[in-house]
Design a binder for this molecule. Structure first.
Ligand SMILES: Nc1ncnc2c1ncn2[C@@H]1O[C@H](COP(=O)(O)OP(=O)(O)OP(=O)(O)O)[C@@H](O)[C@H]1O
Ligand SMILES: [Mg+2]
Length: 255
């Protein structure tokens, strides 16, 4: 009997670039792998940027150059006794096969595979890749262009692909990212109503806009936020409500 549990396939996905796909892939993957004890793999299919592959090299170098982080990393890796999660580079075309092959050949059982997919529907294989996800999480920002493209595309995914049945998709979840405390709430209210009217699911937690996201850790910093080799610092997570987001995320995927 095959007792090996099948891993979940999850994508942070959006039609619009620059909304946080790669960032959330990293933050959530690192939290699950380095702090919560799950085994994670990442498929970096955002060809030709492959930003996650490049990030890992940078993150490793950064940790090695910083004494405090180096100590933290050493402690982490000896305590959890496992390696950094793999980041596999592949074209979006056929990325599902690549993931399945990786999982089948992995010595350790993989719990979740995250896919960083390209943003445009014009990419060959993108719809097939999305249809092969179990859960899709889509960051939205209170911007007309982002909202229009996201709502149209999410509705298409839900009403055409999910209803046709030839898909693994269990949930598609929109969530507010880069929420600025000073922005007027009526704007959010209008969009929230529209999302509900379209029958789309919106997560309760909202991730705040924070300069943390745009800052690389510096040579003398003692904390890490977005890193592919360490989990985000818990205080920094709280400050932008990423902790609440991850709790809700874990409830949705029901691992
Ligand atoms: N909550 C936030 N507050 C502030 N900045 C954020 C937040 N979330 C994401 N960002 C920033 O937005 C920028 C775009 O994020 P990211 O690269 O993850 O987006 P992407 O969707 O992967 O983009 P691309 O389409 O280029 O792949 C990054 O500089 C990131 O740090
Ligand atoms: Mg990206």
């Amino acid at each position: 009997m095959d007792t090996k549990k099948k891993p979940l396939f999850i994508a942070f996905s959006s039609q619009k670039g620059g909304v946080g796909k790669s960032t959330f892939t990293t933050l959530v993957a690192s939290t699950m792998h380095y702090r919560l004890g799950y085994n994670v793999a990442v498929l970096d299919a955002d060809f030709p940027q492959h930003s996650l592959m490049k990030m890992k090299a940078r993150d490793l170098a950064m940790v090695m150059e910083n004494e405090a982080l180096k100590k933290m990393a050493y402690k982490q890796f000896t305590t959890i006794n496992k390696k950094a999660y793999p980041i596999i580079q592949h074209r979006a075309d056929n990325v599902l096969n690549e993931a399945q092959e990786f999982v089948a050949n992995s010595a350790i059982p993989v719990d979740v595979v995250f896919f960083d997919l390209p943003g445009t529907v014009n990419t060959p294989g993108i719809l097939k890749a999305l249809a092969g996800m179990h859960h899709i999480f889509t960051p939205i920002t209170a911007d007309r262009v982002v909202m229009e493209s996201t709502l149209i595309f999410t509705q298409l995914l839900q009403d055409v692909i999910m209803k046709k049945g030839e898909t693994s998709i269990k949930t598609i979840n929109l969530f507010w990212n880069q929420v600025d405390g000073r922005e007027s709430t009526p704007l959010y209210d209008v969009y929230n109503q529209l999302i509900a009217q379209l029958g789309l699911s919106l997560m309760q937690s909202q991730v705040k806009n924070s300069t943390r996201f745009r800052k690389e850790s510096e040579a003398d910093s003692k904390t890490v936020f977005r890193s592919t080799v360490m989990p985000p610092d818990e205080r920094l997570m709280k400050a932008c409500q990423l902790d609440l987001f991850i709790n809700e995320f874990l409830k949705i995927i029901q691992l």
